[in-house]
Ligand binder design. Structure first.
Ligand code: CMC
Length: 432
């Protein structure tokens, strides 16, 4: 059907022939432009899960799922992680270029200037139940920012300021939600500390004890945030774009992205991996048992941290995370039995026919939880860590969507399979 030579795709339906242009991306990827399809043929496309649908053109992140390539603005993630810090990468994603030293330092200082949250907002934390999941708190607090800083609606400067505020305040909100969950008073951010240092200090210092910042932990956090910073049109980023397409503000759109990320098929998998490994440990470490469960179509269980919609080879982020995990644990002198179990489980899965046939490999979430755990981050905060990392990507995608001349409100069609027209039966009036 597709004729790439003429860069046209031909479709014949009920004897009628239509042609659609084939678009080519900067890395040679091709996509049939079906925007005129319904107008010309009355047909829609049926693509549950958007498995075959390119929802936009984007210049932010490139990934090749067959080759295991991930680049932000053209830079391989493996290089960025070695050379840059999270502030560099956040700036790169949002503004399109790597900042020079002066710009990076100014940006970092600007982020510190906006790191406090409004005192009235701080009191919100008092009213969540003790066992509230930090992702619920995070999304509620992020959307609440829109009522404290409504001026972002007005102009480009307002939008830039909203992006800065969000990037800065998310770490404060995240740390405060943890403090709330353990019943401790919050620790305010400090101008003296870097982005990651500030977060760790707000998490682990207390009014009665200082927290000794370990450069190994600080750098590992920086690298983990870079690893999560963007991943093109995944579920949460698509949610951010979709909500934004209705004209909703950045805070509301990102809050929706946080909710999408929370699910166990998406960012919630990092929490799921540790819970799975703990269970494996409690049950005696029999990897085969867990693999058999994951293969059983009736078990309603998947091997967490395995498989990916786009990667049909080893997720490059998982490769980096695995290496980082060994490095960080070694430097911190931690002997983590869950790492041994994870490696055993990975080995067992990668040599199992079921996983081989389906190209199921470890994804980013498989090893990151073990690193977060080594840093002292509690399990139910893992997905919050993913959200802090992914924020620059959400912001960059929201901004790109807003300035895209082809943007339209996101509004898919459906194939209706419900009852045909029927008459409402007579009903007795009155009563409840
Ligand atoms: N364990 C066991 N079987 C699996 C798994 C898994 N983790 N992942 C996919 N499969 C099987 C699935 O049952 C199906 O088998 P069959 O063809 O016999 O029906 C086949 O592989 C294809 O799976 P799919 O559900 O069609 O694939 P998808 O692209 O819709 O789903 C996924 C991708 C990530 C949701 C899925 O692999 C999964 O649920 N993984 C576990 C959760 C997880 O680790 N999520 C984190 C994703 S990476 C971080 C992020 O970006 O959020």
């Amino acid at each position: 059907m597709s004729d790439s030579k003429a860069q046209l795709a031909r479709l014949e339906i009920n004897g009628r022939k239509c042609e659609f242009p084939v678009l080519t991306g900067s890395e040679g990827e091709q996509s049939v432009d079906i925007r005129r399809l319904r107008k010309e043929t009355g047909l829609t496309t049926f693509d549950p899960g958007f498995v075959n649908t390119a929802s936009c053109q984007s210049a932010i992140t490139y990934l090749d799922g067959e080759k295991g390539i991930l680049r932000y603005r053209g830079y391989p993630v493996e290089e960025l992680i070695k050379i840059c810090n999270f502030i560099d990468v956040a700036y790169l994603l949002i503004h399109g270029v790597l900042p020079n030293e002066q710009v990076r330092n100014d940006f970092a200082r600007l982020l510190n200037r906006h790191s406090m949250i409004h005192e009235s907002m701080r009191t919100f934390f008092d009213h969540f139940p003790e066992n509230a999941h930090p992702m619920a708190i995070l999304s509620a607090m992020v959307v609440s920012l829109s009522s404290f800083y409504p001026e972002m609606e007005s102009d480009q400067e307002g939008v830039d300021m909203a992006a800065t505020r969000l990037l800065s305040k998310i770490r404060t909100i995240a740390a405060f939600s943890y403090k709330k969950s353990i019943g401790e008073p919050v620790v305010q951010p400090s101008y003296k500390l870097s982005y990651c240092e500030n977060f760790l200090n707000m998490m682990f210092a207390s009014p009665v004890a200082n927290y000794k910042l370990d450069p190994v932990v600080v750098r590992a956090l920086d690298q983990l945030l870079i690893l999560h910073a963007d991943h093109e049109q995944n579920c949460s980023t698509s949610a951010v774009r979709l909500i934004g397409s209705s004209g909703a503000n950045l805070y509301a759109s990102v809050s929706a992205g946080i909710c999408a990320l929370w699910g166990p098929a998406h960012g919630g998998a990092n929490q799921g991996v540790i819970q799975m490994l703990e269970r494996l440990q409690a049950e005696g470490g029999d990897a085969k048992k867990i693999i058999d469960r994951a293969k059983d179509p009736n078990a309603n269980f998947r091997l967490m941290g395995f498989g990916h919609r786009v990667y049909k080879t080893y997720d490059p982020r998982a490769r980096i995370a695995k290496q980082l995990c060994e490095e960080v644990l070694g430097k911190l002198g931690i002997n983590e039995p869950l790492l041994d179990l994870a490696m055993k489980l990975e080995q067992a899965a990668l040599s199992d026919e079921y996983f081989i046939e389906r190209n199921l490999y470890p994804n980013v979430d498989f090893y990151t939880g073990i690193i977060f755990r080594a840093m002292g981050i509690p399990t139910d905060m893992f997905t919050v860590m993913f959200a802090i990392g992914r924020l620059p990507g959400w912001i960059a995608n929201w901004l790109e969507w807003m300035s895209d001349p082809a943007q339209k409100i996101g509004r898919p069609r459906q194939l209706y399979v419900g009852p045909k027209k029927q008459k409402v039966p007579p009903r007795k009036q009155g009563g409840f």
